[in-house]
Design a protein around this ligand. Structure first.
Ligand code: RAM
Length: 345
């Protein structure tokens, strides 16, 4: 027969159980940080938070982390796209002793001293999307070939306006490495005979902020009555320009093109403000950058000229003499396919 425990015996059992719980939680308490310390900590530092393009890149980073199994992602960035904000963040990541930093830089040169410091402390620094100058990172992952991105945008503008007329560029920040390279390529493309009738009349900067980009687009539209197209090589800018064209009742008179996210651009294609735009897959870009960072941490990549780095489901990337590699060509979106891709990014 099971005897009921006396009060004293029951309380002894309770305290034994409590002691056991304490021992267990102490063990787990020690075990958890030890397990976390075994993990590779990769920080993704973006130009600024709240940008859908980088949210998609973060999705890719998380996918790579899940596949690799022993990676923790720290997703971070300043609230506005400034080099100063990123410098502060990198400084704090150095104190946190992360293993790697993958950064889309707000300035090619201003970040070099701080990322050099990070590398001296053993942190693997890679730039992706918007690069850091060669000495400040181990490699730069470009989404695609820069010339292709430049020509593509001029071609789309030309197609939209019948091959002739005034165009203007609405960019991100004036220091953005990637946009400045693409603007240079657009200017080279405009020098080609097939685009001789297209005239670039202005380049303005919306700083990858929706409100500033919108105001800059309105300014372009109001002060240039003969403007035929706004080319925005930024997902934030192109979205704001599409809205400005609709609000100014200029659909059919001014076309917007450039680099956009299908999820943000589907409405602008429907309104008629946009005929076509392009982009690469930002999820793939974030995935490949994270995967490459892991290879550096594990000593499987050094950043040498000609080196091939395996990037999981994306295959491998090859570094050139400038320590750069590129992913796939940009894809074009229009009324025929934008809704399908809007569900993805
Ligand atoms: C914005 C950012 C990013 C750029 C895309 C196209 O989201 O400026 O750096 O690659 O546009």
């Amino acid at each position: 027969m099971i005897k009921q425990k006396t009060g004293a015996a029951a309380s002894r059992t309770r305290s034994a159980a409590l002691a056991l719980t304490l021992v267990l939680s102490a063990t787990i308490g020690f075990a958890l940080p030890a397990a976390a310390a075994d993990k590779v900590r990769i920080a993704m530092v973006v130009k600024s938070l709240g940008n859908g393009f980088f949210d998609a890149a973060h999705e890719g980073a998380k996918e790579a982390a899940k596949q690799l199994g022993d990676v923790d992602i720290i997703y971070t960035g300043p609230t506005t796209p400034t080099a100063e904000g990123q410098i502060e963040i990198v400084n704090s990541l150095i104190s946190q002793k992360v293993d790697a930093i993958v950064i889309s830089a707000n300035d090619a040169n201003a970040l070099v001293p701080i990322t050099k410091k990070a590398m001296q402390r053993g942190i693997k620094v890679l730039s992706f999307d918007s690069g850091i100058a060669k000495g400040g990172r181990l490699m730069q992952l470009n989404p695609s070939n820069a010339e292709l991105i430049g020509v593509k945008q001029i071609q789309m503008a030309s197609d939209a306006i019948g091959g002739a007329g005034e165009v203007a560029i609405l960019s991100a920040t004036a220091q953005a490495t990637n946009q400045n390279i693409w603007i240079g390529e657009m200017k080279k493309a405009l020098a080609k005979p097939e685009f001789a009738k297209i005239k670039l009349i202005a380049t303005v900067y919306g700083d990858d902020q929706s409100d500033k980009s919108y105001r800059e687009a309105i300014g372009l539209l109001r002060s240039n009555p003969n403007l035929k197209a706004i080319i925005a090589p930024t997902t934030v800018g192109i979205n704001a320009a599409g809205k400005a064209v609709v609000d100014e009742k200029l659909v059919g008179k001014v076309y917007v093109t450039g680099l956009g996210l299908p999820s943000e651009m589907a409405g602008h294609v429907k309104s008629g403000a946009v005929k076509s735009f392009a982009i690469w897959n930002p999820i793939d870009l974030g995935y490949a950058a994270t995967y490459a960072a892991y290879q550096f941490v594990k000593g499987k990549a050094q950043g040498k000229d000609g080196e091939s780095i395996s990037v999981g489901r994306m295959g491998s990337i090859k570094l050139d003499a400038a320590g750069e590699a590129a992913l796939a060509p940009p894809f074009t979106y229009d009324a025929s396919n934008v809704d399908k891709f809007a569900k993805i990014f």
